[in-house]
Ligand binder design. Structure first.
Ligand SMILES: [Ca+2]
Ligand SMILES: [Ca+2]
Ligand SMILES: [Ca+2]
Length: 619
């Protein structure tokens, strides 16, 4: 299957005249938003500028009723002035705002003597206070804020201290006020935590089921929940939400996931970055999920506590690895005009002496016989991430005016200025997107002034609208070494020699790899359910192994017929590294092997030692 695909790519790239494909966006900007609360920071303008640089188009903000209305009808003008400025700045940058409505001020609380913040989590003593507040803030921001979320996580004891019926009343009263102020307002139910400490926090017979039984479906335009956990857990949460919606005849409602993120303590930045790709890939598969928000933008502290570590940038607004992954979730795009220098993951480098570019109404003109250079941020892609991302696409959208020629030169394994192809213009006066599939990219900053690739306007000026770099999205892969590099799959690692999953690291044939020593040892792999799960039966399994001896290697995968379906590699004693691929039609990766794995590799119980360098699953 993969071989056919590669042949097709090469055929398209090298033999056919280049054909046009649809332009792709970078961060899928109307899909992937951010959760952040700029009003909590004095440097909120810097924060907003940086969020804009990620090409994010949605932000979810909690402006806090208890901070705004300090006594009945008394408003905190300092707070509101700052909030006004934030809304205006975001509005000017075309970043759309989702406001969270809550939480109850002490003076309005039905339990005002409870400790803070618990007293803000009770319903108001008088519903009219709530109605007045909703009307006040909806009126103040009419035309600038059109999306409203009523409370946060009411199925979690920490956020809502009253009954399901009381929450339905809160939602209903807010809905009526919001629609009265502006019928164009869109109302979201509160994002459900789906994690209240019990085993049964999602699916039937839960808060959500009860809420819809109370008639709340009439008072929400959008269903909303929060998605934290493993991919298997996130799929279960989605299915649980759908079970409830189907039960109540509401499966046609749009769903927004207003929080997703990586719960970690300490500096686990690589897994967090990988989870950006994983959660995007997973939720894109559910067509009624229209938008997801990453929680959150900025790390709030440095003590290592879990709640501090969700951020894409550190407390000082320095980008972390996950920010580059976020900005490039659907490809890294350089956008021109006055924002050129802000595109974080991919940007134009105008330092080289032969750079010849001029911004022209949001596009970039490259002068004849000069170059436009690009740098790819090394946190996202450097030397193909040691082989984790061997296939890279570059899409160039250019104006097909005149009959000139242009080329793309990239930093390849063999040559820092390898020609990816020559494009001859045909004067169609249309925008054309040219896609280059690069199988040998290196991207090690080897071109002039640390660049990774360049466009050469060989004959005639060239006008470019956008340039996008995309990684392969149909492969899960693990490179096994001292510290494994992993994408959408992971090796089960054990340091206990008694464990079946125990492997060691050795260098053999010039490569560092994992050694599987003995009949009872296996390299076990868990493949993300976001990538392959039960029902994805057609997969290709690739294994890079050291071809020592003439015995065999046994690969066992979770299939429709067996949790340990066998395929074998027969070694031929060449003492070289080789790669074997198996196209299987009965895969059923259901996490049913030991350690919840989907795949394992062993020595075929013949007393031999095996060395494995790379394992990949291709869809
Ligand atoms: Ca670079
Ligand atoms: Ca799995
Ligand atoms: Ca063997």
């Amino acid at each position: 299957m993969q071989a056919k695909k590669w042949v097709w790519i090469l055929f398209l790239s090298l033999i056919l005249a280049f054909s046009a494909v649809q332009p792709v966006a970078a961060v899928d900007s109307d899909y992937f938003g951010i959760v952040e609360h700029p009003h909590r920071y004095t440097d909120y303008s810097d924060l907003i500028d940086q969020i804009e640089a990620t090409q994010t188009k949605w932000i979810r903000i909690s402006p806090d009723w208890n901070a705004i209305e300090t006594a009945k009808g008394v408003y905190n003008s300092t707070f509101l002035d700052r909030l006004d400025d934030i809304v205006d700045q975001l509005h000017a940058k075309d970043i759309k705002i989702l406001f969270i409505l809550g939480f109850t001020p002490s003076w309005a609380s039905s339990n005002p003597t409870a400790p803070f913040p618990d007293r803000t989590r009770y319903k108001p003593a008088n519903w009219s206070d709530w109605e007045d507040y909703v009307q006040f803030i909806a009126t103040r921001y009419q035309g600038k804020v059109t999306d409203w979320e009523v409370w946060n996580e009411p199925d979690h004891w920490g956020f809502w201290k009253d009954s399901v019926a009381d929450y339905k009343t809160l939602l209903e009263k807010a809905y009526i006020q919001l629609k009265n102020v502006d019928p164009g307002n869109r109302v979201l139910m509160a994002g459900l935590a789906l994690n209240d400490g019990t085993q049964d926090s999602y699916g039937l017979n839960t808060f959500f089921d009860s809420l819809l039984a109370n008639g709340a479906g009439d008072y929400m335009d959008v269903v909303n929940y929060h998605a934290y956990g493993s991919s298997a857990n996130l799929i279960a949460k989605y299915n649980g939400m759908m079970d409830v919606l189907n039960k109540h005849g509401l499966s046609g409602k749009d769903i927004w996931v207003t929080e997703t993120g990586y719960r970690n303590s300490g500096d686990k930045e690589s897994p967090k970055a990988n989870f950006v790709d994983e959660t995007y890939l997973l939720h894109k598969q559910f067509s009624n999920i229209k938008r997801i928000f990453w929680y959150n933008y900025r790390r709030t502290g440095t003590t290592g506590a879990v709640e501090e570590n969700f951020g894409l940038a550190d407390a000082g607004l320095n980008p972390l690895k996950a920010l580059y992954y976020y900005q490039a979730a659907n490809g890294a795009q350089s956008f021109f005009g006055d924002q050129t220098e802000n595109a974080l993951t991919l940007y134009v480098n105008d330092s080289p002496h032969d750079s010849g570019i001029t911004p022209v109404s949001g596009n970039m003109k490259v002068t004849e016989d000069q170059y436009m250079y690009f740098k790819i941020n090394d946190n996202w892609l450097y030397q193909t991430n040691e082989g984790l991302d061997p296939l890279v696409y570059i899409d160039v959208t250019y104006l097909d005016d005149g009959t000139g020629r242009w080329r793309l030169h990239y930093d390849a394994q063999s040559n820092a200025y390898k020609n990816a192809g020559t494009v001859t213009k045909s004067n169609s006066q249309t925008w054309i997107t040219q896609s280059f599939a690069l199988t040998d990219a290196k991207f090690s900053n080897s071109q002039n002034a640390g660049s990774d690739f360049r466009i050469w306007a060989e004959l005639g000026d060239l006008t470019v609208k956008s340039v996008t770099v995309r990684k392969e999205d149909n492969a899960a892969r693990a490179i096994l070494q001292t510290e494994n590099k992993q994408k959408l799959m992971e090796q089960v690692l054990s340091t206990d020699p008694a464990m079946e999953s125990y492997t060691t690291v050795e260098t053999v044939g010039g490569l560092t790899a994992r050694r599987i020593g003995g009949n009872t040892k296996y390299a076990y792999f868990r493949v993300s359910d976001a990538f392959a799960r039960a029902g994805n039966t057609n997969l290709t399994i690739g294994v890079q192994y050291f071809d020592e001896g003439t015995d065999s290697i046994r690969i066992q995968y979770n299939s429709t017929g067996s949790n340990y379906q066998n395929v074998y590699i027969a070694k031929t004693g060449t003492n070289t590294w080789k790669t074997a691929q198996f196209a299987v039609t009965n895969a059923n990766f259901s996490n049913l092997q030991n350690y919840s794995a989907d795949l394992r590799i062993g020595n075929n119980y013949d007393g031999s030692v095996e060395y494995i360098r790379m394992v990949e699953i291709i869809r």
